[in-house]
Design a protein around this ligand. Structure first.
Ligand code: ZN
Length: 311
């Protein structure tokens, strides 16, 4: 039955277009992150919540080269968590200590704040390809991730938002049962009475995880949650966990190391093994291949882009 739960990302409007809605059902993409990284239960929830949020933030990007990157550096035992999103809610992520497990917190829940930590900051890079990237940073307020995003949207982007992120896992196997996310953002000019109605709805929102867990699809679950709120769907996408690494991309990383460091690697190791931190794919480079790349590092190709400049 679990394999039939299809991921979905839905954008829409509430209350006669005064509130922007973006919602995700992402059990499969979080499960893929768990499988790739061997995530513990608490980290499945922690990185899962981050992936859901970044997928929603990336849903309406325009160009293939646009991206949203969010890093949580909270000083907790899980280390740093990073997620990168591309147009349509395609995401990838990584975490320093994927296997770290913690006992449940005082409420009997997965101790996400304990794993992530609460002392550090979150960093957001919105790269819209053509313009200078927007970089925002904000102190963490809870380490539970959803509250940190709500605080970030308010403080750094001046956008009050209601953020819900929930990942449920099987107690024994750790497999993902459901993964739900929702961001509600009142648009400028949203009447005060509508804001009050949203606030009254807030306690109900955690029910979204329950609806999805019961096997409802996202569209039905949202209609149920927003009953009486004049909910209008504007777009629907299929989010996924997908890494965009390639041999070509790693070749340019190796070239960017520069002549001296590359010569050093060839003399000391004779070869190189690179592992993608987002999908754990291994890329092996023989001494011969490294020597060819060294040649390119010495003589940048014609029309080399700005990244090809030697230091
Ligand atoms: Zn990769």
């Amino acid at each position: 039955m679990d394999t039939e739960k299809k991921d979905a990302l839905i954008g829409g409007l509430l209350l006669g277009r005064s509130v922007n809605v973006i919602a995700i059902s992402g059990a499969q993409l979080v499960e893929e992150a768990r499988r790739l990284h061997g995530l513990s239960r608490v980290n499945t929830a922690a990185l899962g919540r981050l992936l859901l949020a970044v997928s929603m933030m990336s849903a309406r990007l325009k160009a293939d080269t646009d991206s949203v990157t969010v890093t949580f550096a909270g000083g907790g035992p899980a280390g740093n968590l990073t997620a990168v999103g591309h147009v349509g809610g395609i995401v990838k992520g990584c975490i320093t200590n994927p296997e770290l497990e913690l006992p449940p917190n005082a409420q009997g829940k997965l101790d996400v704040a304990g794993a992530v930590g609460t002392e550090g900051e979150m960093r957001v890079i919105r790269d819209m390809s053509l313009k200078e990237p927007y970089v925002g940073r904000c102190a963490l307020v809870s380490g539970e991730i959803a509250n940190d995003f709500a605080n970030y949207f308010l403080v750094s982007e001046q956008q009050p938002s209601l953020v819900y992120l929930g990942v449920r896992v099987e107690p024994v196997s750790g497999a993902v049962r459901s993964a739900a996310g929702l961001i509600l953002a009142p648009l400028p000019g949203c009447p005060e009475e509508d804001i009050e109605r949203l606030e009254a709805l807030a306690p109900e929102i955690s029910g979204l995880s329950g609806y999805l867990d019961e096997g409802e699809d996202l569209r039905t679950a949202l209609s149920r949650l927003f009953d009486g709120f004049d909910f209008e769907i504007s777009d629907e996408m299929t989010p996924a966990y997908r890494c965009d690494c390639s041999r070509e991309r790693l070749e340019s990383v190796i070239i960017s190391l520069g002549e001296r460091e590359l010569t050093d690697i060839i003399e000391k190791d004779g070869e190189a093994e690179l592992v993608c931190s987002f999908c754990n794919k291994h890329y092996h480079f023989s001494g011969e291949e490294l020597t060819a790349l060294l040649e390119q590092a010495r003589t940048p190709a014609d029309g080399a882009d700005e990244a090809g400049d030697a230091e």
